[in-house]
Design a protein around this ligand. Structure first.
Ligand code: CP3
Length: 356
């Protein structure tokens, strides 16, 4: 794939981001590095999640694990969407079996005034350093993805102090103290966009913005409380010329509004078929997704049927990037993941999926 046209990328993942023709559908998986892999679990016996993130050599090593094991078309930097909250002053910990916990959540105007401004290059340099290490180590044709959370999803952890199902405190702040809500979103949008631009300067060739939980909102609230801040971030990324993927779950009713906020590619989950999602966002947008991660736990014939259905719904359109609708589950057998990657690769060569 080295001949190419000047100005066009040769990596099939980056080509798909620009909706250029590809030799086969690019594939990577959210959470492709993690506990389902023995080599990751082994490293985690010796180091906490935060230690791995903060030591660039270790973060680089974990980023590369799925590249070696799976043969996917993109590497996503090993980090976490909550890291930028640490220099803002959040006491963040990852608790076994519970997930992220923030001991000093932000729930009032007074809490908000204690948040510190962030110099991302200085205070999150370990992330940029990991990118600088990984980029030259990637095999030919494999692209490097940086990422950040979107203001709503990151803000919800900061307000709730941990994972939530109902977003009660988040929506309470939004509705009862809109001034503080907007001030918080503005702060997050500033820091998160600085963070993405710094990652791009350090070697990220595409970025994904995770608004994983934005599906908790209805369209009117999305427009009023969230969209302007996501838009701000995508506008800053757009100026760098690097493609952005805009991901969320449960977003069927939000997709056109999220697309309006930005993103060359929209990431969708399994709750909406890709052909329906394309009707909503228009044919000039890429789509990433959307296998149900639990399909990777299923017997092979079922997994095969599910993969083929995703490809059929994508219909060989330009701009399809095969992925899951959310992250790989820790109980997933690694052989199933390898098998799914091969299935996508073998059945989309030269657009074969159109005929199957
Ligand atoms: O391979 C990759 O995809 C890159 C690494 C990555 C991690 N977190 C490492 C991680 C990425 C892209 C993220 C993003 C992230 N982090 C999101 C958005 C994506 C999503 O899943 O919706 C969110 C919401 C977070 C916050 C977060 N981090 C939670 C809720 C948890 C606990 C859930 C769990 O699976 O335990 C984490 C911990 C975390 N971040 C792990 C990993 C690999 C768990 C593994 C460990 O403890 O070693």
């Amino acid at each position: 794939m080295s001949e190419g046209i000047p100005g066009e990328p040769s990596e099939r993942f980056l080509r798909a981001c620009q909706r250029l023709p590809v030799d086969r559908t690019p594939v990577w998986f959210m959470r492709q590095a993690g506990r389902y892999m023995a080599e990751y679990r082994e490293l985690r016996q010796k180091h906490s999640l935060l230690e791995i993130c903060k030591q660039p050599e270790l973060a680089a090593q974990v980023t590369l694990q799925p590249i070696e094991r799976l043969g996917v078309d993109a590497a996503i930097l090993f980090a976490d969407i909550l890291l930028p909250l640490i220099p803002m002053g959040a006491q963040l910990e990852f608790v076994e079996g519970r997930g992220p916990v923030i001991a000093n959540p932000v729930r009032s105007k007074a809490d908000l005034t204690r948040l510190r401004p962030v110099n991302v290059e200085a205070q999150l340099d370990y992330v940029m350093e990991a990118l600088r290490i990984v980029r030259p180590m990637l095999p030919d044709g494999v692209a490097l993805i940086g990422f950040a959370g979107a203001p709503f999803t990151v803000g919800s952890y900061l307000i709730e102090g941990g994972p939530t199902r109902k977003f009660e405190r988040t929506k309470s702040l939004m509705y009862s103290d809109p001034q503080s809500w907007h001030a918080l979103m503005e702060r997050l949008a500033g820091t998160l966009s600085d963070y993405l631009v710094a990652q791009i300067e350090a070697g990220a060739q595409a970025v994904q913005i995770f608004d994983s939980w934005v599906g908790a909102l209805g369209p009117a609230d999305y427009v009023e409380y969230v969209q302007p801040y996501s838009k701000f971030i995508f506008e800053r990324v757009r100026q760098t010329g690097v493609p952005a993927i805009h991901f969320g779950t449960g977003t069927s009713t939000l997709l056109p509004l999220m697309h309006e906020a930005g993103g060359e590619v929209m990431g969708v989950d399994w709750r909406i078929p890709l052909d329906r999602a394309w009707e909503l966002v228009g044919a000039d947008v890429g789509l990433q997704g959307n296998l149900d991660p639990t399909a990777l736990l299923a017997p092979r014939p079922v997994l095969q049927r599910q993969v083929k259905r995703v490809l059929r719904e994508a219909g060989g359109r330009l701009g399809h990037i095969f992925n899951l609708g959310h992250g790989i589950l820790p109980s997933t057998p690694v052989e199933h993941v390898q098998w799914a990657v091969e299935l996508v690769q073998n059945s989309t060569e030269h657009g074969q999926e159109l005929g199957t």
